[in-house]
Write a new protein. Sequence first.
Length: 460
Amino acid sequence: SPSVSSAEDSGVEEGQGSPSEATHPCAFRVDNNHLLLLMIHVFRENEEQLFKMLRVSTGHMEGNLQLLYVLLTDCYIYLLRQGATDKPYMVEEAISYSELDYISIGLDQQTVTLVCTNRRRQFLLDTADVSLTEFLVAALKSAMVKGYREPPYPWILTDATMEKLALAKFVAQESKCESTDVVMHFYGLVHWEDPLDQTMGLGCTSTSSEPAVTKEGMLYYKAGTSYLGKEHWKPCFVVLSNGILYQYPDRIDVTPLLSVNMGGEQCGGCRRSNTTERLHAFQVILTDRPSLELSAKDEEEMADWMQYLCQAVSKGIIPQGVAPTPCLSCCLVIAEDKVFTCHEDCQTSFFRLLGSVEVADIVSVSTENAKECCVLEFAQDRKQFLPPWFLYFSCITELERFLSALSTVWKKIYQVDLPHKPIEEPSVKKKCEDALDLIHSTWQRSDSLQRGRSSRDPWC
């Protein structure tokens, strides 16, 4: 599990965020100096008593992960963000126990929602860890009993009915079956390295003597957005030749609307689009202007274009100082015959597909001792080649929960155990370690892996 806040990033002295005496890795031991800071900057009441402090997140299922501290006292549930050095915590919300109506546990105990009697006050907390959810709920119960909340105490709902129905509908659409036929074996909040997301800083250089990547075809591009937010998409003719991407209004035009040197400094790479609901959309990331958003007719055409564009990027000179964004925080789902990665809008319960693979196409899973990550490898003879999936979990127990579910559905198909092997290739080990370091530093810095996303309600 990622390490807790350090002195450098929290603004408190060494040891004040130490988990050494905590009952969960995400809980904090608060010493007297740290308590004094909380009394000065956070507590509302003079005689307020601290019960527990722990770390969760928000925005994980949408790809906009942000660190959050939950502080439980005898009077309030405080939701805190990291602040500046002179004020280490910013109070985002203070919820009195008396206004808490019920607590809702999400799918597979990956989230906790605090719902107040005023239904406008609902707060979704991501734990990405069954044990952390159980720990948080137990701490809340204890704080209410010891604090100023009078019985009856809030209900704790564990059925996640609406989320189950929304997810079953999504899986049914993607699997082309009825919702009633959907069987869910696993749901978790993870980090996933999209094999079709080759942003700058991750590509590898190659010699210029290799043949130029060439591709052309009709695509749609996002021409703008109306005042009411409606997107305008227009057809265009796109040519990739000698590492240059040309966008023309039509096949017969000779003057391009745009030309991009895919290997040059003006291009930051290529990835799936996270900013539109249009299907099969992807972005060419530009450093000097907004990204070029394109969409294909289907998933296969999109993947083909992205593969060519990523190859063109990797053949160029990688500029210095461009931060890599290799991982997406997202939802991971195992159904009866498919594995999905997706984003979920918690306000609308709308799921958007990021990637999917047939369980039958998985040939092995690789792990490294004491590392909360795994690599899924796929059959080489499948219709379209798919690079390995790299998955990163919040802790070893969540990884084991995933491996158990995956092994169960795989064994139903092949009647033998899923091949499980250690990660031995040094380059793959390094790749996993680098990604985990970036995820851990993201926790410590409270800095989303998806840099540059537009700001929105942190509780969404």
